[in-house]
Design a protein around this ligand. Structure first.
Ligand code: ATP
Ligand code: MG
Length: 565
C-alpha cells in the first residue's frame, strides 16, 4: 500500500538537531519499554512505530525492553504476546531484547552510590505517613525524621532491607532532594520498597523492588539510549529523571514526551482492558472488538494498515481523541487493493428463477479484484435457486431504494438481469420466504444487448453450491465517542455497547471459499472486508469476522431518515 512519505514532527526536529551537533556522537538509540502486565493496544502501536521508526530513519537502533519491576501483575505470557505483536507489526529488535529485571543488581549498586553521596536515605515512615508529609502544591512538605541518618547507617539498613530482615512496607529508600520543591515528585521520592513478591523472572531473589522512576531512567542509561520517548504524563517526572542521572554521573539520555493516543469509542488502558477480559465482557484479549493488537489482528487488520494509521495521526504535544473512522479507513485502503472479492450472502433470501431449467448449472467468470488484474478471475456457479441478501428486496420500496422490488429488474453480479414477479409469504407470519423471478438469457454476463439499464447490481450465491458459515458482525465497543466520559459515581463500563457483537449463523458463501485459510481476508462484495477467524474457524465450520464495512451510501441515507426525499 502507499505508505505516506514520513512526515516531520517535533521529535524528529530534536533528533536532527542532536545529530547536527554530534550529540551522543551522532547516535540515535531508542527503546520501546512495555510493562508485561497486559497485551499491547493500538496506543502502544503508536509508540512502537515512533521508536522503531526513528531508529530506522536515522540509521540507529531500537531496543525492546520489558519494564518489569512490578512483580504482582507481570507474567511471562504477556512477554510472549508483546514479542509476537511487535514482530507482527513488522519491527525487529534483533538481539536487543532487554529486561529491567536483568538490571536489578546494577540498580542496587547505583542506589549504594547515591547513598554514599548522601543523596538517598532509608526512611521508616509508612506509605500513608510519607504521603501525608509530602505537602501540597501550595504547602511545602515536612522532612522525614529519618532524613539525616548517617551514610553508614543508611548503607547498613539498605543492605539489610535487601537481605529480608524487615517486614514488607516497613522501610523504603528515598532520594534526598528537597521537601519544599515545587514539583511534588522531587520531594524525596521513594526509590525502593520492600515487597515479598515472586517475580516471574527473578523468582524470590529479591524482596526489594525499584519504583518506576528509579528503574526507568537508569535502564535507559545502561542501554545507552539517546532519546527516551514517553507519553505526556511523564513530563512531570522529567526533573527527577534528570536529577537521578546527574547525581549518578552516568550516560544521560534525553526524555521527550508526546501525547498518548486516544481513539474514539474505545479505551486504551491495560487496566481497563484487563477488567473487560476478567469480567467476561469480551471473549479475551484478542476479542475482535478489543483495541489490542491481537484483537485487531483477529478482526482482520493488517500491519500495513496500522502502521499507516500511526503515520497519519502524527506526533504532537496535545492530547486529543482520534476518530476510529480514520483507523477503519486505513484498513479499507489497504484491503481494497489486496483482498480478493467474493460473493457471500449474510442474511439469505431464497430466489427461484422460474424460467431457468431445473438441472442446468452455468459457471461465470468473476473478477477477483478490479484494482489488480493480476489477481485474475474465478468460476462462480449459477443455477435455478439462488440466495440474495434479505435487505436487497423491499415489497414497498421507498423512492431511493433501487434494489429488487415487485416488477423491478436488477442485475445479478457477473450473471444475468432478473425481474421479480412474485414474493411468496409465510401465511402465518406474513414474512417473505422466497421470491420468484425471471431471467433474461440475452443479458448473460451482466449487460443487455438492447442497452437497457438497471439501477442496482446485487450479489448472490447459488443455493445448491453454497457453503454455510457463521459471520460475526461488530459494532463499536463503547457507545460514546469519548468512552471515558461517565457521570460522576457511575462505572466506566456503563458506556459499553450492549450490541457490539451480532452473530449470524446461516450465512451462505460462494464455493470458492472452501478451504479459506484462517486469518485470510476477503472483500464480500457490497458488504465489507471479512477475515477467516483464526481461532474458531475450521474446514467443517467456517467463521468469518467483519473487519470493516464498505462505505455504504444507502445505509447513510437510511440513518439520516432521507429514504423518500
Ligand atoms: P496503559 O496506560 O495502557 O496501561 P502503559 O503506559 O502503562 O499503558 P506501558 O507498557 O508502560 O503501558 O507502555 C509502553 C510504552 O507505550 C510506554 O512508553 C508508553 O508511554 C507507551 N504508550 C502506552 N500507551 C500509549 C498510548 N495510548 N499512546 C501512545 N503511547 C502509549
Ligand atoms: Mg506504564
Amino acid at each position: 500500500m502507499s505508505t505516506p512519505e514520513p512526515k516531520t514532527n517535533f521529535i524528529k526536529e530534536i533528533v536532527e538537531k542532536d545529530i547536527r551537533k554530534n550529540k551522543n556522537q551522532g547516535r540515535v538509540h531508542t527503546r520501546f519499554p512495555p510493562e508485561p502486565n497486559g497485551y499491547l493496544h493500538i496506543g502502544h502501536a503508536k509508540s512502537i512505530c515512533l521508536n522503531f521508526g526513528l531508529a530506522a530513519q536515522y540509521g540507529g537502533l531500537c531496543n525492546l525492553r520489558f519494564d518489569d519491576t512490578n512483580p504482582e501483575t507481570e507474567e511471562i505470557a504477556y512477554v510472549e504476546s508483546i514479542k509476537k505483536d511487535v514482530r507482527w507489526l513488522g519491527f525487529d529488535w534483533e538481539d536487543r531484547e532487554f529486561y529491567a529485571s536483568d538490571y536489578f543488581e546494577k540498580l542496587y549498586e547505583f542506589a549504594i552510590k547515591l547513598i554514599k553521596k548522601g543523596k538517598a536515605y532509608v526512611c521508616d515512615l509508612s506509605a500513608d505517613e510519607i504521603s501525608e508529609t509530602r505537602g501540597t502544591l501550595t504547602k511545602p512538605g515536612v522532612e522525614s525524621p529519618y532524613r539525616n541518618r548517617t551514610i553508614e547507617e543508611n548503607l547498613d539498613l539498605f543492605r539489610r532491607m535487601r537481605e529480608g530482615e524487615f517486614p514488607d512496607g516497613s522501610r523504603v529508600l528515598r532520594a534526598k532532594i528537597d521537601m519544599a520543591h515545587p514539583n511534588l515528585l522531587m520531594r524525596d521520592p521513594v526509590l525502593y520498597r520492600i515487597r515479598r513478591e515472586h517475580h516471574y523472572r527473578t523468582g524470590d531473589a529479591w524482596c526489594i523492588y525499584a519504583t518506576y522512576d528509579w528503574a526507568h531512567g537508569q535502564s535507559d542509561s545502561i542501554e545507552g539510549i539517546t532519546h527516551s520517548i514517553c507519553t505526556l504524563e511523564f513530563e512531570v517526572h522529567r526533573p527527577l529523571y534528570d536529577w537521578l542521572l546527574d547525581e549518578l554521573e552516568i550516560h544521560h539520555p534525553q526524555q521527550i514526551e508526546f501525547a498518548r493516543l486516544n481513539v474514539s469509542h474505545t479505551v486504551l488502558s491495560k487496566r481497563k482492558l484487563l477488567e473487560l477480559v476478567k469480567e467476561g465482557y469480551v471473549s479475551g484479549w484478542d476479542d475482535p472488538r478489543m483495541p489490542t493488537i491481537s484483537g485487531l489482528r483477529r478482526r482482520g487488520y493488517t500491519p500495513e494498515a496500522i502502521r499507516n494509521f500511526c503515520e497519519r495521526i502524527g506526533v504532537a504535544k496535545m492530547n486529543s481523541i482520534v476518530d476510529l473512522a480514520l483507523l477503519e479507513d486505513c484498513l479499507r485502503e489497504d484491503l481494497n487493493k489486496r483482498a480478493p472479492r467474493v460473493m457471500a450472502v449474510l442474511r439469505p433470501l431464497k430466489v427461484v428463477i422460474i424460467n431457468y431449467p431445473e438441472d442446468r448449472v452455468e459457471e461465470f467468470d468473476a473478477i477477483n479484484n478490479p484494482e489488480d488484474p493480476a489477481m485474475g478471475t474465478r468460476k462462480v456457479p449459477f443455477s435455478r435457486v439462488l440466495y440474495i441478501e434479505k435487505d436487497d428486496f423491499m415489497e414497498v420500496p421507498p423512492k431511493k431504494f433501487y434494489r429488487l422490488a415487485p416488477g423491478r429488474e436488477v442485475r445479478l453480479r457477473s450473471a444475468y438481469f432478473i425481474t421479480c414477479v412474485d414474493a411468496v409469504k409465510d401465511p402465518r407470519t406474513g414474512e417473505i420466504t422466497e421470491l420468484h423471478c425471471t431471467y433474461d438469457p440475452a443479458t448473460r454476463g451482466g449487460d443487455a444487448p438492447d442497452g437497457r439499464k438497471v439501477k442496482a447490481t446485487l450479489h448472490w450465491v447459488s443455493a445448491a453450491h453454497a457453503l454455510d458459515a457463521e459471520v460475526r458482525l461488530y459494532d463499536t465497543l463503547f457507545l460514546k465517542r469519548d468512552a471515558g466520559d461517565v457521570e460522576e459515581g457511575m462505572d466506566w463500563k456503563t458506556n459499553l455497547n450492549p450490541t457490539s457483537l451480532e452473530v449470524l449463523t446461516g450465512s451462505k458463501l460462494e464455493p470458492s471459499l472452501k478451504g479459506a485459510v484462517p486469518g485470510s481476508r476477503y472483500q464480500f462484495e457490497r458488504l465489507g472486508y471479512f477475515c477467516v477467524d483464526p481461532v474458531d474457524s475450521s474446514p467443517a465450520k467456517l467463521v468469518f469476522n467483519r473487519a470493516v464495512t464498505l462505505h455504504d451510501p444507502w445505509s447513510k441515507i437510511k440513518k439520516a431518515g432521507k429514504e423518500n426525499e
